[in-house]
Write a protein that binds this ligand. Sequence first.
Ligand code: SIN
Length: 474
Amino acid sequence: MDKLIYVNGIWTGEHLEKIKVSNPATGECIGTVPNGGRKETREAIDAAYKAFPEWSKLTAYERSAYLEKLYDLMIEAIEPLAEMMTLEMGKPLAESRGEVQYAASFIKWYAEEGKRVYGRTIPSHVNHKRMIVTKQPVGVVGAITPWNFPAAMITRKLGPALAAGCTFVVKPADETPLTAIMLAELCERAGIPKGVINVITGKAAPIGEELLTNPRVNKITFTGSTEVGKLLLKQGADQVKNMSMELGGHAPILILDDADIDKAVNNTLLAKFRNGGQTCICGNRIYVEAGIHDEFVERFVRAASKLKVGNGMKEGIDIGPVINRQGYEKIDRHVQNALKQGAKCVLGGSGIVEGDTYFYNPTILTNVKPGMIIMNEETFGPIAPIQKVNSEEEAIKFANQTPYGLAAYVYTENYAKGIRIAEKLNYGIVGWNDGVPSAAQSPFGGMKQSGIGREGGTEGIESYLETKYITVGL
Ligand code: SIN
């Protein structure tokens, strides 16, 4: 499947060098996309810039109608979108179907929310003035999106940006450009005017540089690693670019003595092994209070041992491939470091490498200590390290000992304790007896080095709006 880039409503890039897209489960080439560079990115930005006056002039109701149409088309296309996603990034087909619905929910929710972008009037301190606050779209948005959620991480940005009246240039991850292109095809079919959405594929550096330095781009929105986020923040500093950053995480899971074990086991399975552990909010380290530790470990191991690893296109697979060799090597480095320092492997502990494909078995480690790499760095794989703790206070102390602050999870049946712990955790998202907290209507984002700003919910559209204060002298 050979695809083109989408600029100003035209499919183009036939003349450019082609980049191969491969299936991480088989190593096969599944298609090609053009290697767009600075020139193509500049053309896309110019198209978005020219489309902005007309698009932003539409009423929220008119923009909503386009988004509703896009939503319907995405729901009709669940199957082909899901298959494409599994082919290019490996997650099991059932999870891909779930992701398409999750992705579409952002389009639907912001189709509605765009109608509720309210300003306000402020009581004046003098009789001869009136004070008004209005909102207006920021302008052209440059979006850089990751491979782990090839559709949802685009629509979580696209939905609010378009609803707010912004126009959009997206650079999808090198690993998953085909899903992004399919979304652009649906935007075209929904009749979204030319230039409002543009997709550029190619190497990250030149495309990123153009997005970050072109003065016509008013906002950058990025989902990816903290390391790359820091680089983008530096690149955008000269123009004081408006930036939203959804960066890495190192989510702790706190399981207290009074937890409901069924809830803790089932939700931790999801929080840890969803997408093969390759999400920013995946539980990365598990702290279990001594009184419940052994029972939790036994039941968690029993449940995780049923998970099947393999090609996500096949029936019954729970964990697909690791995205690439670097990802695999990092996972294995974390496991080997923990084992060398005294961790005990109670499940898995090894990978499967065949040619250019990399899989890792669901792995559970106990007797884990705070200094191990896995307790400090994001693993992005199906590894669950468990550390025994002696109290709620100790669990909170370890949980907060990190520069990350994206998501944390706590299991307790005691209401007062749950609230107390949730308030003390320095994280943007806390799942209390809930391993899958994400939803279109809820704010998603991190504290500390996990990011700037929030996506989803009412907060998510604010990122694409400027606040204007108008004072009127009578
Ligand atoms: C992410 O990994 O960044 C997204 C996870 C989610 O939306 O649940």
